[in-house]
Design a protein around this ligand. Structure first.
Ligand code: ZN
Length: 476
C-alpha cells in the first residue's frame, strides 16, 4: 500500500513537470483517490470505542466552557462533516466538537466522531481556513477509520483494548494512571506516515468541498512550525512531518475546485478576540502533571453542566445541621455533607456547595463556599512531596494562592493524611478566603484530596468542614 502510494505521488510529480512543459489544463490533474484500509472492526466498534475514549478524554482534559466558542467551532466542524465525500460517510458516526482549554497547538479526534480542538490551536491559526484545515485533517482520520484500521494490524491492539477496557473506576482502578502515562491523544495520533498523508489529502478535498481553500491546510503547517508547534505536545509532534507535506497538499489543491468559496468569517476574529480575554490556558503537560483535578474552582475550565452562568454572589445560608450522605467516585468514597449543599459533578471532581456559593467567572466554574473532592495523579510517592506537587500545580493556575501554614499530620478514613491551610483571594468576589487541603494516598499512589473553601471572615463553616471530613469513608 505504501509503495503503491509513493508511486502514485511520483506520478503526480511527473504530471506536474508535464504541465509545466506543455501547458496542459489543470483539469487534467485528477484528485488523488483514497481507499479504506482493511479493518477487522465494525463501524459500530468505532462508535463504541470512540464513545468510551471520549469519556476518558473529558476526565483528563479540561473543556473550555464557553458556548460562543463551542458553537462557532461546531459550525465549522458541521460544514466540514457535510462535505465528506459520500463513500466515506457513515450514518452511524456522530461528529461533535469540543474545545479543550489547553495552550498546545493541537487537536484530536476519536473513532466514530468525537473531536477535541485545543484553544491554543484556535489562537494560533491566522484564518478560519487554517483552523478548519486541522479539523478537516482530523475528520479524515475518523472518516477513513484509521484508528481501528491501525488496530487491525495487530501491534496496537493491546493499547486499544486497554483504552476501551478502562472501566469507570476512578479510585483503585488502573484507568486514570494508565491514561496519564499513555495519553491516548498521543496514541491515537501516532499514525503511520501513509495514514497522515491520506488524512492530508482527504482533508484538502473536504476543505474544497466545504468552500475553504485547501491551501490553508498547508499554510497551517507553516504556522505550526513558526509558532513552535513542532516542540513538545504540538500537532506536529504527533504527526510525522515529512518535508514535502506542505508541497503535497498544495499539489493536491491544484486538482481541487473550491465550491462556493467562503470568505474568511468575521466570526473567527471575534472568537480569537474572546479567547485572548481569558487567562492563559495550561499546557497539556501541566494538565497531566496535576492529574487535571483542580480542587479550587478558579483553575478548572471543566465546569459541570449544572452551574449557573452567573458570578457567584457569595451570599449563602449557614450550613444545615442536618447531614446527607453521598457516594462518589463510583462507590470509592462515602461522605456526609450539610443537607443544604448540593452535589455538582465536574468530570474530574465532585463539589458540595450551597446556593449562591457557586457559579461562573471568566468562563470558569468557581465556588466561594463548600468542599470539593478529587483524585490527583502525582509522581511523588512520599505523602508530603505529593501534596506539595498538588499545591504547585494549583498555584500555576492561581497567582493568589499562598501556603499559610505548615503540614499537620492527621487521619482520614483510618489512614495517614496531611492537613494544610492555604490562603487565596477569590477571583469572582475578590474576597480573601481560606482553603483547607486534606490529602491522603491511595493504594495505587494517587492522591485523594478534599478542599474546603470559605471566606476568611466567615467562621461558621468550620464545624461543617470538620463534620464532613470526619464522615469520609474511602473504599480503596
Ligand atoms: Zn493526523
Amino acid at each position: 500500500m505504501k509503495s503503491n502510494f509513493v508511486m502514485k505521488r511520483q506520478a503526480v510529480v511527473a504530471w506536474l513537470a508535464l504541465v509545466a512543459i506543455s501547458v496542459m489544463p489543470f483539469s487534467a490533474l485528477a484528485q488523488t483517490q483514497i481507499k479504506y484500509h482493511s479493518n477487522k472492526y465494525s463501524v459500530q466498534d468505532d462508535v463504541k470505542l470512540g464513545r468510551q475514549a471520549a469519556q476518558e478524554a473529558e476526565q483528563q482534559f479540561p473543556l473550555l466552557r464557553d458556548e460562543q466558542v463551542r458553537s462557532y467551532v461546531e459550525d465549522v466542524g458541521r460544514r466540514l462533516v457535510n462535505a465528506i465525500p459520500s463513500e466515506f460517510q457513515h450514518p452511524e458516526f456522530q461528529y461533535y466538537f469540543k474545545v479543550v482549554n489547553a495552550s498546545d497547538i493541537n487537536a484530536f479526534a476519536l473513532p466514530g466522531g468525537p473531536m477535541y480542538v485545543n484553544r491554543g490551536m484556535i489562537e494560533a491559526a491566522h484564518t478560519e481556513g487554517e483552523m478548519a484545515g486541522v479539523m478537516a485533517h482530523e475528520i479524515s482520520h475518523v472518516a477513513l477509520r484509521h484508528g481501528t484500521a491501525q488496530a487491525s494490524k495487530g501491534q496496537k491492539y493491546g493499547v486499544l483494548a486497554g483504552i476501551a477496557g478502562i472501566a469507570g473506576t476512578i479510585l483503585g482502578g488502573p484507568g486514570v494512571g494508565q491514561l496519564a502515562q499513555a495519553p491516548f491523544a498521543v496514541y491515537l495520533l501516532k499514525f503511520s506516515r501513509e495514514y497522515e498523508t491520506e488524512a492530508d489529502i482527504l482533508g484538502a478535498q473536504i476543505m474544497a468541498r466545504a468552500g475553504y481553500d485547501p491551501r490553508d491546510l498547508a499554510n497551517m503547517f507553516r504556522t505550526l512550525e513558526q509558532q513552535g508547534g513542532g516542540g513538545g505536545g504540538g500537532f506536529l509532534s504527533d504527526h510525522p512531518s515529512p518535508s514535502d507535506r506542505y508541497a503535497r497538499i498544495n499539489r493536491e489543491a491544484q486538482s481541487l475546485r473550491v465550491s462556493a468559496v467562503r470568505n474568511d468569517s468575521r466570526d473567527f476574529a471575534r472568537i480569537q478576540e474572546r479567547l485572548r480575554g481569558y487567562q492563559r490556558a495550561p499546557t497539556m503537560a501541566e494538565i497531566q502533571r496535576s492529574g487535571q483535578r483542580y480542587p479550587v474552582g478558579e483553575s478548572t475550565g471543566n465546569s459541570p453542566n449544572n452551574v449557573p452562568n452567573s458570578v457567584p454572589t457569595g451570599r449563602v445560608e449557614y450550613p444545615s445541621s442536618r447531614y446527607q450522605s453521598y457516594t462518589i467516585f463510583n462507590g470509592g468514597v462515602q461522605v456526609s455533607v450539610p443537607s443544604n449543599w448540593r452535589e455538582i459533578n465536574d468530570s474530574n471532581s465532585v463539589w458540595f456547595v450551597p446556593e449562591g456559593g457557586y457559579g461562573q467567572y471568566n468562563g470558569q466554574a468557581v465556588y466561594t463556599h463548600g468542599v470539593s473532592f478529587g483524585v490527583a495523579q502525582v509522581s511523588n510517592r512520599d505523602l508530603q512531596s505529593a501534596t506539595q506537587e498538588l499545591i504547585n500545580s494549583l498555584a500555576q493556575g492561581n497567582n493568589n494562592l499562598r501556603t499559610s501554614g505548615g503540614y499537620q499530620r492527621t487521619t482520614l478514613s483510618g489512614r495517614t493524611a496531611l492537613f494544610t491551610t492555604l490562603s487565596n483571594v477569590n477571583e469572582a468576589t475578590g474576597r480573601p478566603e481560606n482553603v483547607r487541603l486534606i490529602t491522603t494516598q491511595l493504594r495505587n499512589g494517587q492522591l485523594f484530596y478534599m478542599v474546603a473553601v470559605a471566606p476568611q471572615s466567615e467562621r461558621n463553616f468550620e464545624s461543617a468542614f470538620q463534620n464532613t471530613l470526619r464522615s469520609i469513608r474511602i473504599n480503596d
